[in-house]
Design a protein around this ligand. Structure first.
Ligand code: 3PG
Length: 399
């Protein structure tokens, strides 16, 4: 994979595909982690005298121009972080974009409006996608792929444009891939993976693959209830994916056959309703009352999971253990994060937080980001990499 060192960017227009898909509350960015992560590559390019054209998506507007998905607030924040003005084009490949790009001086930056306002970006039809990619590529002379969080998407800006322009991977993509390689190629053992989050259906592929690789798999969060049910326990009104029960039973059998220790919650915080101030109590995971739903792992599970991490040499963690957005149900996620931090420090383990909600949780809970070996910017992307899939954005950069 070519890197920035392989491109001569001075005085040239460089299209940077970044992942600036950040959570917003109105126009307020509630977690700017991904914008921060994109700064080093942009700075390297402006420092080398490039005219930088940044493109990115926000949310899932599905080809419709939608005010709440505008990247305008992101342009402001990017400017603050870069310490220089960032022009904002109010369209993607239209008059505004072309005008902004034409007036760029060496070392200046423009951010284009949300790529997903253009139906061509995500089109499944190759010709439609390619036609949009040609217009986007027409804005620049070189392409840098740095949006790691989107490399699993076969989208015009990720997959097609690098086929149309001389290209290289940005520093973020290079760093993320290095970390994931370390997890997939002979990880130091014991190798422990902690999975959480709401839906087991999002993680089927990665679980199947991890069962061939890990020594221990700890399962918490909403997805744990489908595992508990598959073991024959009642889960009350907890999140349950009935249609995944057979698949999950298969995972339980496979883990037993392969000698992988699959660890499930032994107690949970069971609430009467899904709310920040919901009345709740600690109950056995095997006996959740019919009128309650589990919203976090309980105190005994937190200790159990910490003990299962205490000798780990490699850890990958994806997905919160409970509804961490509600303070009352953030304790399980905090406990797992703290166990990882301890293991990174005195334990000397290589610990990776796999993007998305778990990375947001680390920041929201005020935990030190440098307490982990690496916090990925890609949720889905890192899971698909671990699943062993070919990621379109990486394949295009490697070509
Ligand atoms: C993410 O948030 O994981 C990336 O930005 C990709 O977004 P998407 O899942 O909407 O494609």
């Amino acid at each position: 994979m070519r890197t920035l060192d392989d491109l001569d960017v001075k005085g040239r227009r460089v299209l940077v595909r970044a992942d600036l898909n950040v959570p917003l509350d109105g126009e307020k960015i509630t977690d700017d982690g991904r914008i921060q992560a994109s700064v080093p590559t942009i700075t390297a390019l402006t420092g080398a005298g490039a005219k930088v054209v940044v493109c990115a998506h926000l949310g899932r507007p599905k080809g419709q121009v939608t005010a709440k998905y505008s990247l305008r607030p992101v342009a402001r924040r990017l400017g603050e972080l870069l310490g220089q003005d960032v022009a904002f084009a109010s369209d993607v490949v239209g008059d505004s974009a072309r005008g902004c790009v034409e007036s760029l001086q060496d070392g200046q930056v423009v951010l284009l409006e949300n790529l997903r306002f253009e139906p061509g970006e995500e089109s499944k039809d190759d010709a439609t996608r390619r036609a949009f990619a040609e217009r986007l590529a027409g804005l620049a002379e070189l392409y840098v792929g740095d949006g790691f969080g989107a490399v699993h998407r076969k989208h015009a800006s990720v997959y097609d444009v690098p086929q149309l322009l001389p290209h290289a991977a940005g520093g973020l993509v290079v760093a993320e891939v290095e970390v994931l390689k370390r997890l997939t190629q002979e990880p130091e053992r014991p190798y422990v993976v902690v999975l959480g989050g709401a839906k087991v259906s999002d993680k089927l592929g990665v679980i199947a693959n991890l069962l061939t690789k890990v020594d221990r798999l700890l399962v918490g969060g909403g997805m744990a209830y489908t595992f508990l049910k598959a073991q024959g326990h009642e889960v009350g009104r907890s999140l349950l994916q009935e249609d995944q029960l057979d698949q999950v039973r298969g995972f339980l059998d496979e883990a037993a056959k392969r000698g992988v220790e699959l660890v499930l919650p032994v107690d949970v915080l069971a609430a009467v309703t899904f709310a920040a101030d919901a009345e709740h109590e600690v109950v056995d995971a095997t006996a959740i009352p019919a009128d309650r739903e589990g919203l976090d792992i309980g105190p005994r599970t937190r200790e159990l999971f910490a003990s299962k991490l205490a000798d780990a040499r490699t850890v990958f963690w994806n997905g919160p253990m409970g509804v961490f957005e509600f303070d009352a149900f953030a304790g399980g996620t905090r406990a797992v994060a703290e166990a990882l931090i301890a293991q990174t420090g005195s334990g000397g383990a290589f610990t990776v937080v796999g993007g998305g909600d778990s990375a947001a949780a680390v920041r929201r809970l005020g935990l030190p980001e440098d307490g982990f070996s690496h916090i990925s910017t890609g949720g889905g992307a890192s899971l698909e990499y671990l699943e062993g899939k070919t990621l379109p954005g990486l394949a295009a950069l490697e070509a």
